[in-house]
Write a protein of this length. Structure first.
Length: 153
């Protein structure tokens, strides 16, 4: 009788301990971080709040140097005029002439913009008049890129 009672108690203790292990196993269909509500008579698990990380403020980098006229002159020397082309359209009531300049092996019409990056500065010129194998390049803008990043596209 004592052996049967001990066996019964031992079996119930094993089932209780196995039952608590089964409850601690995470259901694979629960969302990540989901905690099931506590069973009646069971205390909810203590959740420690994560400490708030306070990052020190990074010092601001010094402002970029302004673009000087010398920077413009150096960049302008990098623009090589490769040639000019003039096209005429005849017929009809109007006669139309189109001039094109070829700079750094790319063709540009009057009013188009030329972009060039040199020494971490993005320069932009606008093509002015194209006449008698000369071209007028009008300075539009120059922006110094921060940390060597390209600004203009």
């Amino acid at each position: 009788m004592k052996k049967q009672l001990l066996t019964l108690i031992f079996a119930s203790l094993i089932s209780i301990s196995l039952g608590s292990e089964k409850e601690s196993v995470r259901d694979p269909f629960w969302p990540v971080g989901y905690q099931p509500p506590p069973l009646p008579g069971q205390e909810p698990p203590a959740v420690e709040p994560e400490p708030v990380k306070v990052e020190p403020e990074k010092p601001k980098p010094p402002p970029p140097k302004p673009v000087t006229s010398d920077d413009w002159k150096v960049a302008r020397k990098l623009l090589k005029v490769n040639g000019y082309a003039v096209g005429q359209r005849q017929g009809g009531e109007t006669e139309r002439t189109t001039s094109v300049v070829i700079i750094n092996l790319k063709h540009y019409n009057t009013g188009e913009k030329i972009k060039l990056t040199h020494d971490s500065i993005d320069f932009v010129w606008r093509v002015g008049a194209i006449e008698n194998n000369t071209v007028e390049l009008i300075q539009e803008s120059a922006v110094r890129a921060e940390d060597g990043k390209k600004v203009a596209e």
